[in-house]
Design a binder for this molecule. Structure first.
Ligand SMILES: NC(=O)c1ccc[n+]([C@@H]2O[C@H](COP(=O)([O-])OP(=O)(O)OC[C@H]3O[C@@H](n4cnc5c(N)ncnc54)[C@H](OP(=O)(O)O)[C@@H]3O)[C@@H](O)[C@H]2O)c1
Length: 322
């Protein structure tokens, strides 16, 4: 969509200032010029899988797509939390069809199995929204030996997406990443964060950078199957993830944080819009954004190739070369 010059300039300034764009000020202003909402019933009868949807932005995304008529599949690691999420969703959207699946995306073998089972149950899946996220307080490895943020944000989603590939033909993939990626370059030398002093915030942001690169790689690989791949970031939203993992940040930004609904808005829109959105883009507040804050420390083709090799090797998912 082409914005009037003044709106485009204001939008850009808000984006670069972070605070104006990422807080609730962002959608309050941008909704005056952003693209139209998807039509009512845009997802009627279509199946949408939202990972990590027992709370926070995942549950808000699930609510958003359910309001548009989708049959929504929730996942998380805890059956009781998922049942509560289902009940709360049905409380707000009584007509919704909601399925819950206990599925830990950081467990690669279990994720491959989940994808197999879901493909049998739902041979036509309109979309998967990769939302599950963590910020580990200390370096933690999964039983399969992968650093937890990497397994949750990168390796598990890779296994899940390729496991659902046939079911997703003609559909969409949305990765919920973070503006935190702007602060990190693609680390191909130590993707498992085995060296140096571990910081959860850094592990989180590094893997969010990887998600941006993965979006472009998947988009290329899935183009022939008509699967559109998009990443988005939600800005700064008031969720348990933020209040629990970043209490100081939440205390300082508290009154300005967006609600979960507006954090999830772009993921819902990307899942449902019929606008020409192409594939492989990075979005925020319904507008395509640059994957780098400034054109520095941009990954080289050689680094991207090494990253793709790493992901393919670590997951064992056979995909074409980069
Ligand atoms: N909130 C923000 O301001 C913000 C900003 C930038 C990016 N994001 C991104 O938005 C996404 C959601 O964040 P949030 O703030 O809503 O976080 P949240 O409140 O902590 O919710 C995270 C969700 O992910 C689930 N989850 C965690 N690990 C999982 C796993 N291994 N398998 C399946 N589900 C898992 C959690 O459920 P269980 O623990 O029950 O499994 C929970 O439902 C994340 O990807 C995050 O990086 C959020």
């Amino acid at each position: 969509m082409v914005l009037p010059e003044a709106a485009a300039a204001l939008d850009w300034v808000m984006d670069k200032s972070l605070v104006l764009g990422y807080t609730k000020i962002g959608p309050a202003l941008r909704r005056r010029w952003w693209p139209d909402d998807p039509a009512p019933g845009a997802l009627a009868g279509r199946h949408v899988l939202v990972t990590g949807s027992s709370g926070g932005l995942g549950l808000a995304t699930a609510r958003g797509v359910a309001r548009l008529g989708a049959v929504v599949h929730l996942t998380g690691r805890d059956a009781a939390r998922l049942d509560e999420a289902r009940a709360s969703l049905l409380g707000e959207v009584p007509s919704a069809r909601v399925e819950v699946h206990v599925a830990d995306v950081s467990d690669l073998a279990a994720t491959a199995d989940f994808a197999r089972r879901l493909s049998l149950e739902v041979p036509r899946l309109h979309a998967v929204v990769h939302n599950a996220g963590v910020m580990p307080p200390k370096r933690t490895t999964t039983p399969e030996g992968h650093e937890l943020a990497l397994a949750t944000h990168v390796l598990g989603p890779h296994v899940l997406t390729y496991g659902l590939r046939e079911a997703l033909a003609g559909g969409r993939v949305v990765l919920v990443t973070s503006g935190g990626a702007y602060g990190q370059r693609l680390d191909v030398d130590d993707p498992e964060y085995a060296a140096g002093e571990y910081a959860g915030v850094t592990a989180y942001a590094r893997t969010k950078r990887m998600q941006l690169v993965l979006t472009e790689l998947w988009a290329r690989d899935f183009a022939a199957a008509g699967i559109g791949v998009h990443s988005m970031h939600p800005g700064w939203a008031d969720t348990p993830g933020v209040t629990d993992s970043l209490p100081r940040f939440a205390a300082v930004t508290g009154p300005l944080l967006r609600d979960a609904e507006s954090g999830a808005d772009t993921a819902v829109w990307l899942t449902a819009t019929t606008d020409a959105i192409g594939t492989g883009g990075f979005w925020h507040d319904r507008r395509r954004r640059s994957t780098h804050y400034a054109p520095v420390r941009v990954e080289t083709p050689e680094q991207v190739g090494r990253f793709w090799e790493f992901v393919r090797g670590a997951t064992g998912v056979p995909t074409p070369g980069a």
